[in-house]
Design a protein around this ligand. Structure first.
Ligand code: UDP
Length: 397
């Protein structure tokens, strides 16, 4: 019999998510590929998750994401209640070979607290590892719980105690990469896109300033806090909860003054085919980052859609983008704007070919299967696993 993995996606959003949902999207990309490789997947999530799996654990019927707007003392039981259900399932079942956890902080802590008799576990770190220094700085996985990053640059920022438990990193993937090499490139239009949450780390303020200074049309796509449409944000004008949201504050104070609806536009969250078209037709995808981007899903999506990446060389960007071939990178904020025109000379097909080679779900799933074997080896369990033959068959080419 093949490997059975309990994948914990958490209680916040369904898998796949209805729109925005970084981690849930990664899980939605990974699960079908794992099952194609013969892995049985038990998914811990919410009842609203529709992705086909072999078995499910769900305490909550619906995603609890919107509760995160409420004060800590009202919401701090949600993650714990979900994890309690996961712990009960792990204790009652005898078929779980590996736990693959994706839930920030409480996932790692609870899986570790399960103790030495529990199955080996891999916890994927999806976020900036400068966060939670007390948790990560004192982490001890007891030779049973191991972690992986989503880029080398991200792991380099982890405290030593966490890094000592790292079995490697796995770059993010996108289903858009699957037929990227054979898809006809889109006809480019005369705008630049920034796709992502409106947030200081993503640097939309800098992008908007550059658009005015250098002279290029810029479309900003993505939510402002919980607001997905400009009209919803407008309607929340006098709402005190909105006023306290740091992303809403960032939007109002630093971005909105540059959004004139002509040179710079904000169109809210885009999804599905509209998102893909927006990115595919853009001259380039701009990432004026002010943080060390840990994984960069929007970066690999842009490449898959044949859109060169123009970015500040922070976090995972130099790992994902080859300067001069699939994008242009600089460490100098002032030089970033000039790279937009230069990126027009890059070949969109280089970008999509690179994505088809490196950022497909199959490549990501194969790496995770290797890491499942690695954590089981480290924890001293050796029972049948996915055969290398099955892995080779599921890979393209
Ligand atoms: N995204 C989207 N619509 C938007 C803005 C973003 O679907 O309007 C998606 C984007 O395509 C990507 C994800 O949200 O899949 C953002 O992931 P990324 O790793 O780039 O950033 P994060 O928000 O996780 O830091």
């Amino acid at each position: 019999m093949g490997l059975t993995v309990l994948i914990n996606a958490g209680p916040w959003l369904p898998v796949p998510p209805n729109g925005y949902g970084g981690i849930e999207n990664v899980v939605a990309t990974l699960v079908p590929e794992l099952r194609r490789l013969g892995v049985r997947v038990v998914l811990a999530s919410v009842g609203a998750s529709t992705i086909p799996v072999d078995d499910r654990i769900a305490l909550y019927a619906e995603g609890q994401f919107s509760a995160l707007q409420r004060p800590y003392n009202q919401v701090c039981g949600i993650g714990q209640a979900h994890m309690q259900a996961v712990v009960q399932a792990v204790r009652e079942r005898d078929d779980i070979d590996v736990i693959h956890d994706h839930v920030e902080a409480i996932g790692l802590a609870t899986v570790t607290a399960l103790g030495p008799d529990a199955p080996p576990a891999l916890h994927t770190l999806h976020w900036d590892l400068g966060k939670h220094p007390d948790l990560y700085g004192h982490f001890d996985g007891g030779n049973r719980v191991w972690v992986n990053g989503v880029s080398a640059a991200q792991l380099a920022r982890a405290p030593a105690a966490l890094r000592a438990h790292a079995v490697g990193y796995v770059h993010l993937a996108t289903p858009l990469a699957v037929d990227a090499a054979t898809r006809a490139p889109a006809e480019k239009e005369n705008y630049v896109v920034i796709l992502g949450r409106i947030n200081p780390g993503k640097g939309q303020d800098l992008g908007a300033q550059l658009a005015h200074r250098v002279g290029f049309d810029l479309i900003l796509a993505g939510p402002v806090g919980p607001y997905h449409r400009p009209e919803d944000l407008l309607a929340a004008r006098d709402d005190p909860v909105a006023e306290q949201n740091p992303d809403v504050q960032f939007w109002r104070e630093r971005v909105a003054p540059h959004v004139d609806g002509v040179r710079v536009r904000w169109i809210g969250t885009v999804s599905g085919r509209a998102r893909d078209e927006l990115v595919a037709k853009a001259r380039c995808a701009l990432f004026p980052l002010r943080w060390e981007e840990p994984g960069g899903t929007a970066v690999v999506e842009a490449l898959a859609l044949g859109t060169p990446v123009v970015a500040l060389a922070r976090g995972c960007l130099p790992e994902l983008v080859e300067h001069g071939r699939t994008g242009l990178l600089t460490s100098d904020e002032d030089a970033l704007g000039d790279l937009v025109a230069a990126a027009d000379h890059l070949d969109p097909r280089e970008c999509s070919r690179e994505a088809a080679r490196r950022f497909t779900p199959a490549v990501m799933a194969q790496r995770y299967v290797e890491l499942y074997d690695e954590v089981r080896r480290l924890a001293g369990t050796r029972t049948p696993s996915v055969t290398p033959h099955a892995v080779a068959q599921a890979l393209p080419g």
